[in-house]
Design a protein around this ligand. Structure first.
Ligand SMILES: C[S@@+](CC[C@H](N)C(=O)[O-])C[C@H]1O[C@@H](n2cnc3c(N)ncnc32)[C@H](O)[C@@H]1O
Length: 276
C-alpha cells in the first residue's frame, strides 16, 4: 500500500510560522516557547502515553475530531491509522494552518473554539484533545467535555491526555502553591487536576470512563526528549537552546519548576465512551 503519511515537518513549517513566532519569548505561553525551541510533542505524558490512548480510542475507519491539535503531531498518527475522516479545530490561526499543511487532503482543519465546534450532534466516533483542557478554568473544561459528548455518536470515544496531580488527596495548600508556581513559569494559568477529578469531569459530561493511565511529567527531561523528538529533533532543540540566551532562560525557569514538582505532576490519559 502506498505510504499515506502526511507531509513532513519541513513542508508544514514552510506553510505557516509557529504560533507566537513574532511575540517576545519572555511572555509567550510555555508550550509555544517549547515549540520555538524545537519541541513537537507538547503533551505532558509524552508520545508513548498518547499512542496507548489512541490505541484504546480505536481510530481505524472512524470519523475523528481533534480539539486543539497544536503542531499536528497527533494528527500525523491519526491519519496514519486510516480513519474515515479527520476534522480539527484550534483557536490559534498559525496552529490551524500548520495542521492543515500536515493533513493535506486527508482532513479539514479550522480555527475555532473547542467548546463551540459548530459540528453536528452525534457526528463523530472519536474526539481527541491533548494538553488543552489543563489550560482552561472549571467552567470551560466542563463546556468542552459537554461539547465532545454532544458531537459523539452513542458508543463514540472521548480521549484526553492532560496534566495531572497526584495523589488524589493532594494537600490543598501544596496544590495551590504548585498551581501558582506553574502559572508563573509557563505564563499560562494552568489548572492540572487529580486523576479522580479528570475522571469526574468526563462522568459529569455523561460519559463512561473505560481506561486511565499516567506517565511521568517529563516534558523537559533528556531521556523523554530523545525518545519523543528523535535524535534529529533532540539536536535541533539543543542547537536552538544553546544559541538563544532568552530562550535558554525561559527553558531553565520552566525546567526548575517541573523539577520542583516532579513528584506531584503526571501526564494523565483517559478514554471514555458515550453510552448507547
Ligand atoms: C499545549 S498545546 C497542545 C497541542 C497538541 N494537542 C499537543 O498535545 O501537542 C495547546 C493547544 O490548545 C489550543 N487551545 C487551547 N485552548 C483552546 C480552545 N478553547 N479551543 C481551541 N483550541 C484551544 C492552543 O491553541 C494550542 O494549539
Amino acid at each position: 500500500m502506498e505510504d499515506q503519511r502526511p507531509t513532513s515537518e519541513t513542508a508544514a513549517s514552510a506553510a505557516a510560522p509557529l504560533p507566537y513566532a513574532n511575540r517576545p519569548l519572555a511572555t509567550a505561553p510555555g508550550h509555544w516557547v517549547l515549540a520555538r525551541a524545537g519541541k513537537r510533542v507538547l503533551r505532558p505524558g509524552g508520545a508513548a502515553l498518547s499512542t496507548a490512548m489512541l490505541a484504546r480510542a480505536r481510530l481505524s475507519g472512524a470519523d475523528i475530531v481533534e480539539l486543539a491539535p497544536g503542531l499536528g503531531r497527533t494528527a500525523t498518527e491519526v491519519i496514519a491509522a486510516d480513519p474515515a475522516s479527520y476534522t480539527a479545530i484550534d483557536r490559534d490561526p498559525d496552529a490551524a494552518r500548520r495542521v492543515a499543511a500536515v493533513v493535506g487532503d486527508r482532513g479539514s482543519v479550522r480555527r475555532g473554539e473547542a467548546a463551540q465546534t459548530g459540528l453536528l450532534d452525534a457526528s463523530a466516533d472519536v474526539v481527541i484533545g491533548e494538553a488543552m483542557l489543563s489550560m482552561q478554568g472549571d467552567k470551560a473544561k466542563a463546556a468542552i467535555a459537554a461539547e465532545a459528548a454532544r458531537v459523539l455518536r452513542p458508543g463514540g470515544r472521548y480521549a484526553i491526555h492532560e496534566l495531572g496531580v497526584v495523589p488524589d488527596d493532594i494537600d490543598a495548600a501544596h496544590y495551590t502553591e504548585l498551581r501558582k508556581d506553574l502559572a508563573r513559569a509557563i505564563h499560562v494559568n494552568a489548572r492540572p487536576m487529580t486523576v479522580a477529578a479528570w475522571r469526574q469531569l468526563l462522568e459529569d459530561a455523561g460519559l463512561v470512563v473505560d481506561w486511565a493511565d499516567t506517565a511521568p511529567m517529563a516534558l523537559l527531561k533528556l531521556s523523554r526528549n530523545l525518545r519523543d523528538e528523535g535524535l534529529g529533533g533532540f539536536a535541533r532543540i539543543a542547537r536552538n537552546v544553546i544559541s538563544d540566551r532568552e530562550l535558554r532562560q525561559r527553558m531553565l525557569v520552566m525546567r526548575r519548576t517541573f523539577k520542583r514538582y516532579e513528584r506531584d505532576m503526571v501526564g494523565v490519559a483517559l478514554v471514555a465512551h458515550k453510552p448507547e
